[in-house]
Each structure stands twice: as structure tokens, then as C-alpha cells.
Ligand binder design. Structure first.
Ligand SMILES: [Zn+2]
Length: 197
């Protein structure tokens, strides 16, 4: 079953995974939106539904394995792999470098679909694509639940077919240039409840 934009937004809001207001992100930047996909994915039925939707959209790429960056991409990668009927493996950091560990392997015959939860700048997806290529595999596409890049086109520059279930531009601002601060709205840390003003 296709997930409409409204149904996806509703799913995120109901799970508390999408907060709208005025937030100070861990980077120190301010944003009118805060996204924590783990709060949706903590419900296995939701994770399965999102995995099914990504699998339906990426089926034509004929991936033979799903590769995700840990930790954020692991749960959704597993669900996409299950729906496609292929392996789901993950890359993780060691000494700052993303790599395959735990005996996970890729070969030249592998067609890799890179899956993560939220695409912000595309940096993490690009790095994961490099892990697959370094192992000799072919990257046939990339996917995410949400593309939250400011342009909503964050996947366009990846150089492979990209699919996000939901594009949602969530701008970030330097605190001294934040229009929400300029309006005098109080800023909250993600995880705490937004302050109604
Ligand atoms: Zn602000």
C-alpha cells in the first residue's frame, strides 16, 4: 500500500518523531523542525510499513543486498532487505572510518542499495556508497525515509537513483541569524516538549 505524504507526516507526528517549533540542534544550529526517526521505527509495525514502501519504490533496481550506515540506518535497512528478500548488512565506524565489520562481505556480483533513515546533507549516504565500491560492489541506488535537506533535493547529487518516501525541507540557522529568535520565540532542546507561545 502506498504511503501518502499526509499519512507519513501523521505517522511521524503521532510517534513524536516530528516536532515543529524552535529547536537548538546538537550541532548548535537552530531549526523550526526536529526529526527523530527512531521514535517511529521503535514500533516494528511502522518500521515494516516504511520498509515495504521503500522496497516497492526501489524494486526495479534489482538490488541483491541492502547496506546501511549504523546506527540510524540499521532498522530501516533490515526492513527493506526483508521486503526485497535480500541480505541487509551495515557499515559502522572504526577510528572515524565507516567500514564493513563482523564478517560482512560484498563482492563484484553484488548490486547494493544504500538505505538510511534520514538524509540531511547526503554525506553519510555518500560515505556508505564508498564502502560498497571499495569492496568492489556496484551501487545501484540509494533511499531514505526522509530527505530533510534544505532543498528537499538532497539525493539529486548522489549520482545514483535516489528515493525518499518524504521530502521535507527543514532549514537550519546560525543562532545569530535565526528568524525564530528574531521573533522572540523561546528555543527548546530536542527531546523536551516544545513551549507553546
Ligand atoms: Zn533561534
Amino acid at each position: 500500500m502506498a504511503l501518502t505524504r499526509d499519512a507519513l507526516l501523521d505517522l511521524f507526528r503521532r510517534s513524536g518523531a516530528l516536532l515543529e517549533g524552535h529547536f537548538r540542534l546538537s550541532s548548535g544550529l537552530h531549526s523550526p523542525g526536529y526529526l527523530q526517526s527512531a521514535l517511529v521505527l521503535q514500533h516494528p509495525a511502522h518500521a515494516e510499513r516504511l520498509g515495504d514502501a521503500i522496497a516497492a519504490a526501489t524494486m526495479p533496481l534489482r538490488a541483491t543486498v541492502v547496506l546501511s550506515p549504523a546506527l540510524g540506518g540499521v532498522v530501516i535497512g533490515q526492513e527493506v532487505g526483508r521486503a526485497l528478500g535480500v541480505r541487509a548488512i551495515f557499515a559502522e565506524r572504526q577510528d572515524g572510518m565507516l567500514m564493513l565489520r563482523r564478517g560482512f562481505t560484498l563482492s563484484e556480483s553484488d548490486r547494493v542499495l544504500v538505505v538510511e533513515d534520514v538524509l540531511t546533507t547526503g554525506g553519510s549516504t555518500r560515505e556508505t556508497m564508498q564502502v560498497a565500491r571499495a569492496a568492489g560492489a556496484q551501487v545501484v541506488g540509494a533511499a531514505a525515509i526522509v530527505d530533510r535537506s534544505a532543498s528537499g533535493q538532497g539525493g539529486a547529487a548522489l549520482g545514483v537513483p535516489f528515493h525518499a518516501l518524504l521530502a521535507m525541507a527543514l532549514p537550519t540557522y546560525e543562532p545569530d541569524k535565526c528568524p525564530l529568535c528574531a521573533q522572540g520565540l523561546s528555543v527548546v532542546k530536542p527531546g523536551s516538549r516544545p513551549i507553546a507561545t
